[in-house]
Each structure stands twice: as structure tokens, then as C-alpha cells.
Design a protein around this ligand. Sequence first.
Ligand SMILES: Nc1ncnc2c1ncn2[C@@H]1O[C@H](COP(=O)(O)OP(=O)(O)OP(=O)(O)O)[C@@H](O)[C@H]1O
Length: 251
Amino acid sequence: MTALEVRDLCKTFHRHRAVDGVSFTLTAGRTVALVGASGSGKSTVARMIARLVRPTSGEITLTGPDGSPVPDRAYRDHVQMIFQDPFASLNPFHTVEHHLARPLLLHGRSRAEVPHLLERVSLSPDFARRRPHELSGGQRQRVAIARALAPGAKVIVADEPVSMLDVSIRLGVLKLLDRLQREEDLAVLYITHDLATARHFSDEVLVMHQGRVVERGPSDDVLLRPQDPYTRRLAAAAPNPDTRFHLGGSS
Ligand SMILES: Nc1ncnc2c1ncn2[C@@H]1O[C@H](COP(=O)(O)OP(=O)(O)OP(=O)(O)O)[C@@H](O)[C@H]1O
């Protein structure tokens, strides 16, 4: 089974320890949520996994279904990141087709697969001709997800994927990620401030505080019965983790 193991990961920026000894494993068909206040180190963990930031120390290993390590070149194809800002992640000059065909062609596949990729993210084939300014934020995020699937993603790192979207369409995008995780057996790291969606959409929750994981476990245990004082404060400050309706309807 595909698994990404993060072992004792540390990152220091100008003597500031942003990530301090973080370990966890992502496995196919499961979602792990990384929650914590702003500045706790969540994005830095995501960026290290996506190889956008080099760890100061620690190891990140991806193993394939046969249990052997995935080589470097394939790592970049298999581990894909979805960013917070769907407006910044697409090039305004290129059509949706261009964004999706490029990774397909780079992997020896055909641009004829673009409509199928769009279908996987519940967009009709005519979206291929559109440019980013003709799309809503939610539609852009769907295109970003399709682009992540194009090179054959096995691990998706979604860093606050809906926090910049209109409240009314957030749930639709999270449900899409949830469906893809199950249908395509993806391993997902879902980074969020939102404890209600962390609980609803993940199997396991890790709570970060000042660079460290202070609590971890099955989502319900961590968010409904927190043990660590920091997690208790976080849960007390958040809207009731059982009320997911503040997200609005689906789209
Ligand atoms: N490139 C960088 N250079 C210097 N310091 C950085 C850099 N990136 C992050 N940091 C610092 O590392 C710490 C962790 O930041 P990080 O963005 O990982 O937190 P976060 O939990 O993702 O926060 P947010 O939810 O606001 O995105 C912060 O103190 C931040 O200022």
C-alpha cells in the first residue's frame, strides 16, 4: 500500500524552530488532518512534504504498493499539493485545457484525457476552453485538483484548500476531495483551522502547537474529548466542532 512516512521532521528559519520533531504516516485511502493556530508550523510541514522547503533534519519517505521506496523523480508526480489561493495557482493567460494537458503530455499521455480529468472533478468538458478569469473560486480549485490528479497523484497535501472560497461552495470542494480519496485510494493530508471539517473529513487528527504535534488520534477522540490543554483551548475557541452547518450548503 502506498504510504508517506514523515519522521522527526524539523525546520529552523533564522534560529526560529518552526517545525520541531514532527512524525506521522499518510496511507492510501485515509485522510489525516493537521490542525493548529496560525503560525504553528502546518504550512511548513506541507511545503516540506511537497519539496518546496528543505527540511533542516528528519526524513520523508514515500513507499509504493510493493513497500519499496519510490524514486525521486516519481515522488514529485505522486505527491501533489493543493494551495489555499485558487486565484494564484493558475496562469491567467492559459486555458484550463492547457493547465491539464501539460502534465498529461509530460507523462506520455494524451490531451484527449482532459475531458475525463474534468469529469473526475465534476466539471463539464466545455470548461476546457475557459480561462481562469471565467471561473469561480470553487471551479478554479476543482481545476487545481484535476491538475494534481493528472500526473498520477497518490498523495494529496491540501493546505487550507477552501479557506479562501465563498462559504457557500466550501462543502462542495471538500466533498469532492473526500470522494476522490475514497474512489482513487488517495492518501490525503488536510491542513485546516476548521475543527468541524477536520472532524468530519478525516480519520485522524494531529494538533500542532509551536512546531510540535501536541495531540493525535482518531478525529472524534481528539476533537470531542481533547486531552492536551492546548487542544482544549483550541476546541473551546472554535465553533462547536459538531456544527458543520456554518459551512453552508454544497455546490
Ligand atoms: N520562509 C520563511 N522564513 C521565515 N520564517 C518562516 C518562513 N515560513 C514560515 N516561517 C515561520 O514559521 C512559523 C510557522 O509558519 P507556518 O506558515 O508553517 O504556520 P501555519 O501553522 O501554516 O500558519 P497559517 O495557518 O497562518 O498558514 C511561523 O512563525 C512563520 O513566521
